[in-house]
Design a protein around this ligand. Structure first.
Ligand code: IMP
Length: 221
């Protein structure tokens, strides 16, 4: 069986990836005791940040005493997800800054609470009427094989986007991030109201993971 180490500390992303891909893979999470380096997500694109996360973690695993590396003959990959929201009326913001959107105002380091990011988004869109509140989630996945016998190969990239609208107020309790504000095209409820099964059937992450599944199915893995 192929093992994927999901290179994120975002438990929601791990849950969605495992739920979407299902039992075809074995999943490992990043644990505190792995002492893996923190990755500074300063690339200007989702792809750049996804590659940076996947390569940094893969390299660190190869350098470590490799307690988490599988036995010879088993396939082992690091999978990184960089994603975010692009709002047309804001020229594509928050984009790669989605996780730290609110904190950027005060020059603070680190991610902001989801409620603060959502409040800032609503404030910036206060005068924008519904027809112009179009937006999309984007997800770029970077997949890199970890194998002691070969140097680190160029990551494979898989991308997905999900079109929708930003609502006038947050609604629903499911999901994470901007889910309470995002109404996917063809629906009248937010991702947070629609729930995990519906979201995982049409999200940006689901589309990128469908590409990844096709890549493995065409026997690359
Ligand atoms: P990063 O990929 O860890 O840099 O952060 C992605 C940020 O984009 C998250 O913290 C969320 O704010 C937002 N985001 C990405 N995917 C989703 C999603 O599926 N739902 C809601 N927000 C998301």
């Amino acid at each position: 069986m192929t093992t994927l180490l999901i290179a994120t500390r975002n438990a929601h992303k791990v849950g969605e990836i495992a739920a979407i891909l299902g039992p075809a893979f074995r999943y490992l999470k990043v644990r505190g005791e792995d002492n893996l380096p923190a990755v500074v997500e300063d690339a200007p694109t989702f792809a750049g940040n996804a590659v940076k996360k996947a390569e940094t973690i893969a390299r660190a695993l190869l350098l470590q005493s490799a307690s988490r590396l599988p036995d010879a003959g088993e396939k082992f990959f690091v999978l990184a997800d960089d994603s975010g929201l692009e709002v047309d009326a804001l020229g594509g913001a928050p984009g790669v800054h989605s996780a730290r959107f609110a904190a950027m105002d005060s020059g603070q380091e680190g991610n902001s609470p989801d409620t603060a990011n959502n409040a800032k988004l609503l404030r910036l869109l206060a005068d924008v009427p519904p027809p112009r509140r179009t937006a999309r989630f984007r997800c770029v996945l970077a997949l890199v094989e970890v194998d002691r016998a070969v140097p680190l190969l160029t990551p494979q990239l898989f991308e997905g986007a999900c079109e929708g609208q930003i609502d006038l107020a947050p609604r629903g309790a499911g999901g994470f991030g901007y889910d309470p504000l995002f109404i996917p095209q063809g629906h009248s409820q937010s991702f947070a109201e629609l729930g995990e099964d519906v979201k995982n059937g049409l999200s940006h992450r689901a589309k990128a993971l469908a590409e990844l599944r096709r890549w493995f199915a065409s026997s690359h893995g």
